[in-house]
Design a protein around this ligand. Structure first.
Ligand code: GLN
Length: 200
């Protein structure tokens, strides 16, 4: 069986790591920079990076409206970190001109963990992933402050000052994590997304 073709939005950010994780998950990963490339994928990953820069580049590359349209049409998508921010319906602590995609009915706060703990790692229980906990790497990460009706919480920070903060969600065919599973070599979060794309 050949896997689905999944795009990685390649305007900025850690594209290569996501393409590698998709390959390990049985999907064909392709970089997406143009509307025609977006048309050809069965699902899309929006990587980490800088959400306000990516928002600007989406407009520059004429991808903003085509991507909004495909998401509205049911395109499965997975956003990590800045990707979560872009998929949200409301963003706190962002620039007033930053665009977002309204794919998930959530409110996220950018850089929420604060400067003292810019980056950290922890082990998480992740709904739908059995076996060992998932190692989560947070890099100037957002968290989810409001979860709308129909949004499933997949993971929360287990302990420490941010205990209980929501850091992974799913609504229909769209999922998002505050953290970066593509940097740990564990492809189980990507496998979950590939399964989601297959089921659509
Ligand atoms: N802080 C970044 C933003 O606001 C996200 C960081 C990341 O993607 N690693 O877009």
């Amino acid at each position: 069986m050949t896997g689905p073709t999944i795009g990685v939005l390649a305007l900025q950010g850690d594209v290569r790591e996501h393409l590698a994780a998709l390959r390990s998950s049985g999907a064909t990963g392709v970089a997406v920079r143009r509307p025609q490339e977006l048309d050809a994928v069965d699902g899309l990953i929006i990587p980490g990076g800088e959400s306000t820069t990516m928002s600007n580049l989406l407009s520059v590359f004429d991808l903003l409206e085509p991507l909004r349209a495909r998401l509205k049409d049911g395109l499965p998508a997975y956003g990590s970190c800045a990707g979560m921010i872009l998929l949200a319906s409301e963003v706190l602590d962002t620039r007033p001109d930053a665009q977002h995609l309204d794919g998930l009915d959530i409110t996220v706060r950018r850089n929420a963990f604060g400067r003292q703990v810019d980056s950290f790692e922890t082990d998480l229980e992740f709904a739908g992933i059995v076996g060992d906990p998932v190692r989560a790497v947070f890099i100037r990460a957002p968290w989810v402050e409001r979860v709308g009706h129909g949004v499933e919480v997949l993971a929360e920070v287990p302990d420490g000052p941010a205990a209980g903060r929501v850091v992974a969600v799913r609504q229909g065919a769209i999922m998002a994590t505050s953290f970066h599973p593509e940097v740990t070599g564990d492809s189980r979060v990507h496998e979950l997304f590939v399964d989601l794309v297959r089921s659509r």
